[in-house]
Design a protein around this ligand. Sequence first.
Ligand SMILES: [Zn+2]
Length: 217
Amino acid sequence: MEFKKKCSKCKVEKQSSEFHKDCTANDCYRSSCKSCVKKWRDANKESIKAHYEKNRESILVKYRQNYQDNRESRLAYRDEYYKKNKVAVIKTNIRWRKSNRDAYNAQRRVWYSNEEHRDYQQSYNKKHYQENKDYYAAKCNKRRAMKHNASPVWADSEAIKKFYADAQALTESTGVKHEVDHRYPLQGKNVCGLHCEFNLQIITEKENRSKGNKHDE
Ligand SMILES: [Zn+2]
């Protein structure tokens, strides 16, 4: 909740949002306003840096301790925020993922390399599938229909079949899962590819996952 508060430095009365949070203070806000803090920080850059260098270890210990101590309230706050702003949070996340695909993939890889996380994700996927079978069936049907629609009459079905057989053979001989990929995705944003032998390639599952619906220009 917003309230008015007088800055102890500049003595101006301002909205509480103009102050940094500080939960060691009685009203949970710092006594000087954000712009005064900034002025002070800019004026004392060197000595702040020197202080940090000198006391780095103890500062870190204190911060970590604080972080641990506030874990419960932090998580509760996060859950509450998520509940209230679910759609906005999801939209922001999707936007971030789209414009930072490489960073996102790297982050996912690190997260996924943890066995506990992997187990969690796999059981989540399983549960999601069980609870949303209709959705997955519809998605699968849509894809099948798309492949069908995207198959020109001149497509060589034997050549197409060979791609799938070759991918299977490669998987078996190398032990690395290979998949048939549409160079231009069937459901790309700007371009739609065809389900024909000229638009197919064999790549590893890993390459395919990191590709998403991108394509080379
Ligand atoms: Zn001030």
